[in-house]
Design a protein. Structure first.
Length: 310
């Protein structure tokens, strides 16, 4: 049998053993059973499978390709490394130890002296080339994840309303609401509006208006379930998204907020508009329009009313 084929066959038949060697160096005993550890180990198994294909091929490290699948796998592995809190040094070590585990397994289980020297050299060169490529690609993918996370954090900080500490309207409209609609088959948007807020600001009572908005924000945030998302919707509005809820759920939250405000009055009436996706709208913009239309009706009626879109 071809010497290179023998080596690749032995590796392929014993991938779990190779990954076990890798685990022994990379994971502390107390980390056993950690879901992310397990996903990372599975990623390494798939990486060894790819190496076997590379070893059996006549391709070089520059020409070997699986339609972007290898880079995608490396990015996936980098995500697990990031989730585990690895730094760049540990990322490199993961791939170095995997290369060492493969070499040690072959050295122990294959009689290299009995094989053609050229084929053994070819295996070793391909192992080094593959390891160097994966390490470089993995570091780049890891750096990209860290950079994207930092940019997102900066973006979130910039898109956070300083008065209430909630996401601002731009971030809500551009990012949070579309994501929620994509992730959930059903949700409800509830918008709370402070009546006569603009008149108070125009009259110079800015601190009174700011205090009222902060109090409304705190009351809304403290009245919704953990999975809900609150945001500052406008100058005098706070909104909440309730995933997997319908109009009745939105109405119940609105009632709860108004009851709490009755116990600790803002000094203003608060009107509420409620709209449900997909009952009242088929997209994010439509949902906002319907909620504002319901709010407009509530404001015309007055008296801290709650109106559900129709």
């Amino acid at each position: 049998m071809n010497s290179g084929r023998l080596i690749s066959r032995e590796i392929h038949a014993n991938i779990p053993e190779i990954v076990r060697l890798w685990r022994a160096e990379r994971f502390e005993p107390e980390g056993a059973g950690n879901d992310v550890h397990e996903r990372l180990a599975k990623g390494m198994e798939r990486l060894v499978e790819v190496f076997v294909e590379f070893l059996q091929s006549q391709e070089t490290v520059e020409t070997f390709s699986r339609g972007g699948e290898v880079r995608s796998l490396v990015r996936e592995i980098s995500g697990y490394q990031h989730d585990l809190g690895w730094d760049a040094v540990r990322v490199i070590d993961d791939f170095v130890v995997l290369r060492r585990s493969i070499w040690r397994f072959v050295e122990r289980n294959v009689d290299l002296a009995a094989l053609d020297g050229g084929e053994v050299a070819r295996f070793f060169v391909k192992l080094l080339q593959a390891s160097d490529w994966v390490t470089e690609a993995g570091l780049k993918a890891f750096d990209d994840i860290v950079r994207d996370e930092m940019q997102e954090a900066l973006g979130q900080a910039a898109a956070t309303d300083l008065l209430t500490g909630l996401p601002d309207r731009e971030r809500f409209n551009r990012l949070l609401l579309p994501r929620a609609i994509e992730a959930h088959g059903r949700l409800v948007l509830v918008v709370f509006d402070i009546a006569d807020f603009s008149d108070t600001v125009a009259g110079g009572e800015l601190e009174r208006a700011r205090t009222a908005l902060r109090s409304l924000s705190d009351t809304v945030s403290g009245s919704v379930p953990a999975e809900a998302l609150c945001a500052r919707f406008g100058d005098d509005e706070i909104c909440v998204l309730l995933p997997e809820a319908g109009s009745e759920g939105g109405y119940a939250v609105a009632e709860r907020v108004l009851e709490r405000l009755a116990e600790n009055p803002l000094g203003y009436e608060v009107d509420v508009g409620v709209a449900e996706y997909p009952e009242h709208a088929t997209d994010a913009a439509g949902l906002v329009r319907q909620a504002l239309r319901a709010l407009s009706t509530a404001k015309r009626v007055g008296g801290s009313g709650i109106v559900v879109a129709r």
